[in-house]
Design a protein around this ligand. Structure first.
Ligand code: PEP
Ligand code: MN
Length: 339
């Protein structure tokens, strides 16, 4: 249930509502809004009676929340969540493009690619320092040395950086260097990692599990919000199906579903969805048209030499084309007021 306070509710009226919630062995989560405070009720065992709150001073409304992902759902928060990272705001009607190599391979490689993608229009740099690979014999990433390179990229270009955390063990380290912390598809239901992310003050980029329903994905996000971190960006990156013409199947229909169900921003990763370069630009155009808030794209200046995911990495000139086309589509639709 969500308790909506009157605009002029006093601090002591808010505290009384919190006390009543706690007296019922529930957790109260005050959410300061633009012009009024709302208080979420978490951990209630059964359904609550709205009338036990409606009579309290300063209470405007008591709204039952029907979804299991309470903090994540639209019923709980009508306005879109905006996330600010450096100079970049995510979720406010601008299409944000994150781009970079699959893995950070060297300082020269990262800086070269960063320069290309920034010139083309990327606002956030991506690059893995800890890589989740199917084979233990494949390149596992540079680890902390890779994180240091990402710091260098940020210092040189001014772009915030997003990089993946793979386990709780390395969380503190990744958190110290990253501007946005990525949780990969294979970890979407690593609940202890989700809880640790919820205690971070950095935004979390939560990829959809490759066999997860939208509901399971939103519940994964709920783990993060439940621990106090409301800065979550969802990312659809393709789900596993029976097809062989792409690495995964990009589920674009997840975008309108997430818009309806949640206030969190949603991105599309066409690179891991497709697994092959020739599909990345068309899928990016579709992502802009369907209303995603942004893209995460893999780019390499020498993809044939890339230590991971070269086949799906765009050449810099292709990436520039992608930015032009996706931004044009997004702006056209937005300016027509259709989004
Ligand atoms: C990545 O973005 O580097 C990555 C490994 O993606 P995913 O978790 O979607 O496979
Ligand atoms: Mn990759």
């Amino acid at each position: 249930m969500l308790i909506v306070m009157e605009k002029d509710a006093t601090a002591s009226e808010i505290q009384t509502v919190v006390d009543v919630i706690e007296s019922k062995s529930c957790v109260a989560r005050p959410i300061p809004g633009g012009d009024r405070v709302s208080i979420g009720i978490l951990h209630n065992k059964g359904s609550l009676d709205p009338s036990s709150f409606l009579g309290l001073a300063g209470v405007k409304d008591a709204i039952p929340v029907s979804r299991p992902y309470k903090l994540v759902c639209r019923e709980f928060q009508k306005e879109d969540t905006l996330i600010t990272v450096g100079d970049v705001t995510i979720g406010n009607g601008h299409f944000v493009i994150m781009a970079g190599p699959c893995a950070v391979e060297s300082e020269k490689q990262a800086l070269t690619i960063a320069e290309h993608v920034q010139r083309a229009g990327a606002q956030i740099f991506r690059g893995g320092a800890f890589k989740p690979r199917s084979s233990p014999y494949s390149f596992q990433g540079l680890g902390e040395a890779g994180l240091k390179i990402l710091s260098k990229v940020r210092a040189v270009t001014g772009m915030p950086v997003v990089t993946e955390v793979m386990d709780e063990e390395s969380f503190d380290l990744v958190e110290a260097y990253a501007d946005i912390i990525q949780i990969g598809t294979r970890n979407m239901q690593n609940f202890s990692l989700l809880r640790r992310s919820g205690r971070s003050r950095k935004p979390i980029f939560l990829k959809r599990g490759l066999a997860a329903t939208v509901e399971e994905w939103l519940m994964a996000a709920e783990y993060i919000l439940e621990q106090g971190n409301s800065q979550v960006i969802l990312c659809e990156r393709g789900v596993r199906t029976f097809v062989h013409h792409s690495r995964n199947t990009l589920d674009l229909s997840a975008v309108p579903v997430v818009h309806k169900e949640s206030h969190l921003p949603i991105f599309i990763d066409p690179s891991h969805a497709a697994g092959r370069r020739d599909q990345v630009i068309p899928l990016s155009r579709a992502a802009a048209a369907v209303g995603a808030h942004g893209l995460m794209v893999e780019v390499h200046h020498r993809p044939e030499e890339a230590l991971s995911d070269g086949a799906q990495s765009l050449y810099p000139d292709q990436f520039a084309q992608l930015c032009r086309q996706a931004n044009t589509i997004y702006e056209t639709i937005n300016h027509n007021g259709s989004l």
